[in-house]
Design a protein around this ligand. Structure first.
Ligand SMILES: [Zn+2]
Length: 283
């Protein structure tokens, strides 16, 4: 079988201020998975995956982009940062910067799906607030998926750019070892309580009136957590809990070579604690 891999970019204007830039690797004619970057005025929120770097460079050549705000360091969000080094100011918080300066090797599967980001060193600290034209954004910590992840909130318009704060599947059951699922739930509860009309999710795109979408994910995780805690207290192992709750992973789980696991998810809901929120920006 011959697998042809090409990159995809889809540029979709959303409103007068915001353009969605979706990037992905194409397999058998469709995207394996899209990741969104958002162009807001002359600023980009995240930059898309490295496999689409030629397409993003072409897009950048056609648009004025002076600022890039990075939500977190995962490869699908930062794969095209190299393009902007020296031609835009790239803002990221300290922990994110550390990874951007020396990105880990993500391995064959993730290179196939997203591509390997190059190191970037021309980085600026992220401010607590910033303006783009008449839009005023607040930088809001959204820990859980990663502890240093940040979102961008425009309170007047009630827009929240939430990166990976809200899981894509309605029933999340796999996690990375450093994901803190109770913290993720606390972040989602914070989002539900905020005044948000449109959530700009990095894998689903804009979600209008997102409260129900978010609550579904909170409810599922809390239900699993409750059952897992009961089973754990009755002496069941992580493996037993996975079997009893019939948690099954997606087809590609093995291919991630233990970057994702159902066991990480169960351990996190059982043992991880919610960290008291600390300021995660630099100024
Ligand atoms: Zn991520």
């Amino acid at each position: 079988m011959c697998i042809i891999r090409t990159a995809m970019i889809e540029v979709e204007p959303f409103n007068e201020h915001i353009t969605c830039i979706k990037t992905a690797t194409e397999q058998d004619g469709s995207a394996i998975m899209f990741v969104y970057a958002f162009l807001v005025g002359d600023a980009l929120f995240d930059v898309g995956c490295a496999n689409a770097i030629d397409e993003v460079r072409e897009f950048a050549d056609r648009n004025e982009i002076n600022h890039v705000y990075v939500s977190h360091s995962h490869e699908d969000h930062v794969g095209c940062l190299k393009i902007f080094e020296g031609r835009a100011t790239i803002y990221a918080n300290e922990l994110t910067q550390k990874v951007l300066r020396a990105p880990p090797q993500y391995g064959e599967f993730f290179n196939y799906v997203w591509g390997q980001p190059e190191a970037v060193s021309d980085l600026s600290p992220i401010p607590n607030r910033f303006s783009i034209g008449d839009l005023d954004f607040e930088v809001i910590p959204v820990p859980g998926h990663t502890m240093e992840m940040i979102g961008f909130y425009e309170p007047e318009r009630k827009w929240f750019f939430s990166a990976d704060a809200v899981p894509l599947p309605s029933k999340k059951k796999i996690a990375m070892p450093d994901e803190n699922i109770p913290q993720m739930v606390a972040t989602m509860e914070k989002l539900v309580a905020m005044d948000i009309d449109i959530l700009f999710d990095s894998h689903r795109g804009p979600i209008e009136s997102p409260q129900k979408h978010i609550q579904t994910r909170i409810d599922y995780i809390k239900e699993i957590q409750h059952k897992a805690l009961e089973l754990h207290q009755s002496g069941k192992s992580i493996e037993d809990i996975q079997q009893i709750l019939e948690l099954e992973g997606p087809w590609y789980l093995e291919l991630t070579k233990s970057r994702f696991g159902i066991d990480f998810f169960i351990k996190s809901v059982l043992f991880d604690k919610i960290v008291v929120e600390q300021p995660l920006t630099d100024s």
